[in-house]
Design a protein. Sequence first.
Length: 103
Amino acid sequence: MAGVIGTELSHGPVLNRVSMAIDAAVDGQGIALARTTLAATDLISGRLLRPFTEELRLSKTYWIICPNATASLPKIVTFRDCLVAEAAYDVRQLKKLSARPKG
């Protein structure tokens, strides 16, 4: 999809957790495939870079769930609002990264 040709695609380590793959990439052990949301902190901080601009849109998403009876409790509302605010901040920071000129 990224149009990379003539590259040696030797088989490397197989990691059964995305967090392990991200950590390995941060440590310079190769490239990781991961959801942007899971790698956002490392991308924003500059520990990781996206080598390609292509993105795979996924139909899966994350949901915040709780019993309907507790959804309005202040501690649940505060926690939900905090998670949504953190995600929105990451999205804004990632958009700034993608808007920077390359080179």
